[in-house]
Design a protein around this ligand. Structure first.
Ligand SMILES: NC(=O)c1ccc[n+]([C@@H]2O[C@H](COP(=O)([O-])OP(=O)(O)OC[C@H]3O[C@@H](n4cnc5c(N)ncnc54)[C@H](O)[C@@H]3O)[C@@H](O)[C@H]2O)c1
Ligand SMILES: N[C@H](CO)Cc1c[nH]c[nH+]1
Ligand SMILES: [Zn+2]
Length: 427
């Protein structure tokens, strides 16, 4: 890990650079695949599945028989763990339901807001290097609570052309309506345009590698909404001498093992904890099965010493981490002053993994600094807010004159007439 002492503010942009490619680096490839899928559908999905996933598929749609077979391949212990996680995610997302908001803005003018589900949603479940079945819970549970009718899931097949049984089990448990074996750019293009196998959707959700993330951003050009850019995982920890170096190192490695383009950062006002965490990372890394991946992510990662808490929080807000662990004595200072972070984890006994799986919060979160303007997935991500109004005779008399004057000032006579006719009818 690179150690940096008191970086100057002018250098923060360079110091905090992510190791991922930019939209500009990938969009040429994405645009090409999108155009092919738009014109030729399933055949192109299969072509790119062969090229990128190294498997030739006859049928991309998962059958009932495959779902049934998967049930017996998942251990009872894992089923119970999935059910516990699902239950906590349900509780937290159910609690996000809001009542309709109704106000009489002027006598006789009633306005209200209600939420309605997005009818057709597409869920992308990453599977390139690890089958992230936990992501199904994070997306399908709120989609179901919101009342989405059609829930399509795409995930890349393994070399045998299969999806991991836990993916099929979780998808079935959570009410997914269609499961398709396709990943990467081609899956996002398929959900954007619709193909023989994949229904077109209104909004695409889910994390993925940088190809998936850029493809989702390009999908918006074609009128599809997306949750947010949720790319390679990242974690920033702020720790002082009250933190356990071993715990901090384990958290940093937990996100480093996601992919070679993940990034983890430790910020501290203590040189002692920086040195201790550096040593712990080296020790714990050696025992990880995904050591080669984590090692590359760790090479992109930083240990940053700053003199004081104010510099630390300014730097953290400038970075806008996907995950932010606060492990310091004066935790309230950091909690109160965090402006930009996807999800915040507080104290020595709150590992980031808890939010990844089972505490109840959503793990689909903005990366690459997008926490400055995007929220992580939540119940509202699957809903649209609609407004309604009803105006009676008294109401139109109360606000009619103002509408007429404003319409006239904008030079829009027909707008004015729509009010004038009604006012005249009441004379
Ligand atoms: N931000 C979040 O909320 C969040 C949550 C979970 C996971 N993640 C991230 O999701 C990612 C999962 O990545 P993954 O690769 O394991 O799975 P993935 O499913 O996102 O991507 C695999 C697909 O990428 C495509 N691909 C691979 N190499 C390509 C190339 N050179 N050109 C074009 N397409 C290519 C293939 O089609 C393959 O099917 C990780 O980066 C992880 O950090 C983020
Ligand atoms: N940490 C990931 C979000 O960036 C989510 C995840 C799924 N499985 C394990 N982790
Ligand atoms: Zn994770």
């Amino acid at each position: 890990m690179n150690k940096i002492y008191n970086p100057k503010r002018a250098d923060w942009t360079d110091v905090l650079k992510r190791p991922t490619q930019t939209v500009a680096d990938i969009e040429g490839l994405v645009n090409g695949i999108f155009e092919e899928v738009r014109s030729n559908g399933d055949g192109i999905l299969k072509k790119y599945t062969k090229q990128f996933d190294k498997v030739v598929l006859e049928n991309m749609l998962v059958s009932e028989a495959e779902i049934e077979a998967a049930k017996s391949l998942v251990s009872n212990d894992l089923k119970e763990a999935i059910k516990l996680a699902k239950s906590n995610i349900e509780v937290f997302h159910e609690a996000q339901k809001t009542d309709r908001v109704e106000v009489e803005t002027a006598p006789g003018v009633t306005c209200w807001q209600e939420k309605r589900p997005i009818q057709k949603v597409g869920l992308y479940i990453p599977g390139g290097t690890a089958p992230l079945f936990s992501t199904i819970l994070m997306l399908a549970v709120p989609a179901t609570i919101a009342g989405c009718k059609e829930i399509v899931l795409c995930s890349p097949p393994d070399k045998e052309g299969k999806l991991n049984p836990a993916i099929l089990y979780a998808a079935n448990l959570c009410g997914v309506t269609k499961i398709v074996k396709v990943g990467g750019i081609q899956a996002i293009a398929g959900m954007t345009f619709g193909t023989e196998t994949i229904p077109q959707v209104y909004k695409i959700f889910g994390p993925g590698n940088q190809y998936v993330t850029v493809a989702k951003q390009i999908a918006t050009k074609y009128g599809v909404a997306i949750d947010m850019p949720a790319g390679p995982s990242e974690l920033l920890v702020v720790a002082d001498d009250s933190a356990s170096a071993a715990f901090v190192a384990s958290d940093l490695l937990s996100q480093a093992e996601h992919g070679v383009d993940s990034q983890v950062i430790l910020v501290s006002t203590s040189k002692a904890i920086i040195d201790a965490v550096e040593k712990e990372v080296a020790v714990q890394l050696e025992d990880l099965p995904r050591k080669e991946i984590a090692k590359q992510a760790i090479a992109n990662s930083k240990l940053i010493y700053v003199d004081n808490d104010q510099d630390a929080i300014d730097l953290i807000n400038e970075y806008g981490p996907e995950h932010f662990i606060v492990c310091v004595e004066n935790e309230d200072f950091y909690i109160d002053n965090t402006q930009n972070a996807g999800s915040v984890f507080i104290g020595n006994y709150t590992p980031e993994s808890a939010g990844d799986y089972a505490s109840g919060t959503n793990h689909t979160l903005p990366t690459n600094g997008y926490a400055k303007q995007y929220s992580g997935v939540n119940l509202d991500s699957f809903l649209k807010s609609m407004t309604f109004q009803k105006i009676n005779e008294e109401g139109i008399q109360n606000i009619g004159k103002a509408i007429e004057l404003m319409a006239e000032a904008e030079g829009l006579q027909a707008h004015k007439n729509a009010v004038t006719l009604r006012l005249n009818s009441l004379k």
